[in-house]
Design a protein around this ligand. Structure first.
Ligand code: BTN
Length: 245
């Protein structure tokens, strides 16, 4: 297979790099590790029914095509860990306090700097294709008031980055983490993922449904549910959407 980013397809404007990647997969023979990189998305997709908004040419907007056929479908969260850690490594080179907000946002300086949207295809009990969509705020210096929680590297560093250069560095970080997964070093990913979780082992409150609960994050279980230890030593595993951080 090629490395992540050995081929990069640049599109100036696209609806969503994830949608474009899916179409490419259907219509062409594509090599694993292919990256679709866009300058601007007219319909960037976030988690759930959220949008991903980014000014033209300012940020990193990409999708990576992977064929993780070596992974049983039930282990798909391991791929999320590898991709999230790849993005985290890239960002930690610039800003030491970047952390993972479960399941796969990256936050720094108390705000969100990157989001990840991974779409898996499963056949039988195996993963066949994964489209890992990544948005990283790089050079954008202001965000609309509808996004009070967003921050960019430029806002932290005080200087802008060359986007093609940053993309190459990101691809190297992603490839290093994906290679660990492919070569059977998933435990190293499990440990690194847990150790970089926001608020790990810290007593705090959470919104869960219409309740406020207190507890401390202990990590995630094998399927990626968030493990929280509540008072009375009760360990509860939460699915995405069941608890808000
Ligand atoms: C989130 O935090 O809600 C996930 C955001 C993912 C955004 C990226 S930008 C590139 C790729 N294409 C999309 O349409 N979405 C992802």
């Amino acid at each position: 297979m090629g490395h992540i980013g050995s081929t990069i397809v640049h599109v100036e404007t696209v609806d969503s790099t994830n949608a474009f990647a899916r179409q490419l997969l259907r219509e062409n023979e594509v090599e694993e590790g292919l990256v679709i990189h866009a300058g601007y998305q007219t319909a960037g997709k976030g988690q759930g029914d959220h949008q991903w908004n980014s000014e033209p040419g300012m940020n990193l907007l990409l999708s990576v095509l992977l064929f993780p056929t070596f992974l049983p479908a039930e282990d798909q969260f391991r791929l999320n860990k590898a991709i999230t850690l790849g993005v985290l490594d890239f960002l930690q080179d610039f800003t030491g306090d970047a952390v993972i907000k479960w399941p796969n946002d990256i936050r720094t300086n108390g705000k969100k700097i990157a989001g990840i949207l991974i779409q898996h295809t499963v056949a039988g009990d195996r993963l066949t294709e994964s489209i890992a969509g990544i948005g990283i705020n790089v050079n954008q210096t202001s965000f609309p008031s509808s996004l009070p929680d967003a921050i960019s590297l430029q806002q932290i560093l005080g200087y802008s980055l060359d986007i093609p250069e940053a993309l190459k560095r990101l691809c190297l970080s992603l490839d290093a983490r994906y290679s660990l997964l492919r070569t059977g070093h998933a435990e190293a990913l499990d440990t690194a993922y847990r150790d970089n979780l926001l608020d790990l082992f810290t007593e705090r409150s959470f919104q869960s449904g219409d309740q406020i609960v207190t507890g401390a994050i202990q990590g995630v279980d094998d399927v990626g549910r968030l493990l929280v230890r509540h008072p009375g030593n009760k360990l509860v595993a939460y699915l995405h959407g069941e608890i808000q951080l």
